[in-house]
Design a protein around this ligand. Structure first.
Ligand SMILES: *Cc1c(COP(=O)(O)O)cnc(C)c1O
Length: 431
């Protein structure tokens, strides 16, 4: 740990919030150097939806390596790539009546976002893109230009161009339909906002504070996009791959985005793997126009395919998420109401939930206390005022309850020894 702090760049971040040396991980648990076991409700920021070291996926990797299966292949044709494509196209796309071409991008989420922005601009010949308040899309220049967070934007060191931000669903309060505003701006050729190539959005803003777009809002946005010939990009990097209860987060809204970005939990094993789904009519790339050395992570192809075959060809996982979603929601609402304030909002869907603590220092005090009590979770939102829970989708019910017990105990401890109660009252009276 000392060596890491001495040698690694100042840019390191998660290791500052959880200053122990981690050594092992299994299912929903992280285990540190001293053998202390933590519930992991951070889950690699949503990269470990099937838990750590899922035994079925691990066995595939070990067997494959033992047979000298190819690991790196640029974008050459390999058996594991074809197997992945076959399974993805049959078990994820076709069954949902979705038709997309699959583009393998560089392995990071942000690289796939860059590809989405590029192809949208190329296809439409327009430069502007509309993104939404509190949206997060990654930290390379194109993606960070579409990211609201000033901390990340500030790191760019150059001007961030060609993105206009519009209010996300609920940004102006529950009563105002922000699509009305967007429509007005697009219809008025003197609004000062150029018709964009694309809109880019998360259906639930993972970094932005677990803000949820309603189905109605998403449908109106899609209608607006169709009307103006704007491409709709859904960034499903964090809340895709089952997080909201279905494989894609937009399924319940009944929309069909033109471009969809997947990454984080796509490999199922925490291996780097991203892709962009493109409606066939927009697949106008020239060969190699957007490339990248690491587009052929065959271990990721293998685990992604196995995860699909195992988890997405029966109803079991989805039924389990629905059940555990109920446990999460009920319990979080109870914890918030009994210990914080009745004004505190619990937001979420499937197995992504946030407790909006209103106060930044309250959210971070809860996070730190949870860590002391062996539960790892993250805060999010514009002021880091939301405690975020992303347990593994495969977590057993009793383990989920175990983690929530720690959260409850930690919230009680934080509230008993501080003046947060008074601060919360002041804050909510003001509202
Ligand atoms: C994590 C994330 C990204 C960026 O992915 P990286 O792999 O970190 O580049 C983009 N969009 C969303 C919604 C994310 O959660």
């Amino acid at each position: 740990m000392k060596q890491i702090n001495a040698i690694e760049s100042q840019v390191r971040s998660y290791c500052r919030s959880y200053p122990v040396m981690f050594e092992k991980a299994k299912g929903p648990f992280l285990i540190d150097h001293d053998g202390k076991k933590y519930y992991d409700f951070l889950c690699g920021a949503g990269s470990l939806n099937y838990g750590h070291n899922n035994p079925i996926l691990k066995k595939e990797i070990i067997d494959y390596l033992n047979q000298d299966g190819i690991t790196h292949s640029l974008d050459l044709a390999t058996k594991s790539k074809e197997d992945f494509l076959n399974s993805f196209s049959k078990n994820i796309l076709a069954i949902r009546h979705l038709n997309y071409k699959v583009q393998f991008t560089g392995p990071t989420g942000t690289n796939a976002v860059e590809a989405a922005l590029k192809i949208a601009r190329k296809v439409t010949g327009r430069t502007n893109v509309i993104s939404f308040t509190n949206g997060f899309h990654g930290v390379t220049l194109g993606s960070v230009a579409a990211t609201g967070n000033s901390h990340h934007r500030g790191g760019a060191g150059t001007s961030l161009n060609d993105v206009t931000f519009m209010p996300y669903d609920g940004y102006m309060g529950k009563k105002i339909n922000t699509i009305d505003y967007l429509r007005r701006v697009l219809e008025d050729n003197s609004s000062g906002v150029d018709i964009p190539a694309a809109v880019i959005l998360e259906t639930i803003q993972g970094e932005g504070g677990i803000n949820i777009a309603s189905s109605k809002w998403l449908q109106s946005l899609q209608d607006l996009c169709h009307e103006f010939g704007i491409l709709m990009i859904v960034d499903d990097i964090q809340v895709g791959c089952g997080r909201t209860g279905t494989f894609f987060s937009f399924e319940s809204a009944g929309i069909e985005p033109d471009l969809v970005v997947l990454s984080k939990s796509l490999s199922g094993f925490g291996l780097p793997f991203s892709l962009l789904l493109i409606k066939p009519e927009f697949d106008k790339w020239k060969p190699g126009e957007h490339n990248g050395t690491f587009r052929g992570n065959n271990l990721a192809f293998l685990t992604a395919k196995t995860a699909i075959d195992h988890f997405w060809t029966t109803q079991e996982l989805e039924a389990g998420i629905a059940l555990k979603s109920n446990i999460l929601k009920t319990r979080l609402e109870q914890i918030a109401k009994e210990n914080l304030s009745s004004e505190i909002e619990v937001r979420g869907k499937g197995m992504v939930y946030g407790i909006d603590c209103i106060l930044e220092d309250l959210a971070s005090a809860i996070q730190q206390k949870c860590f002391e009590n062996s539960l790892i979770l993250e805060t999010c939102g514009s002021d880091d005022h939301v405690v975020k829970l992303l347990p593994a989708l495969t977590i057993a019910e009793n383990e989920l309850r175990g983690g929530l017990d720690i959260l409850e105990k930690s919230v009680k401890q934080v509230m008993s020894k501080s003046d947060f109660q008074k601060k919360l009252e002041d804050e909510t009276v003001q509202k």
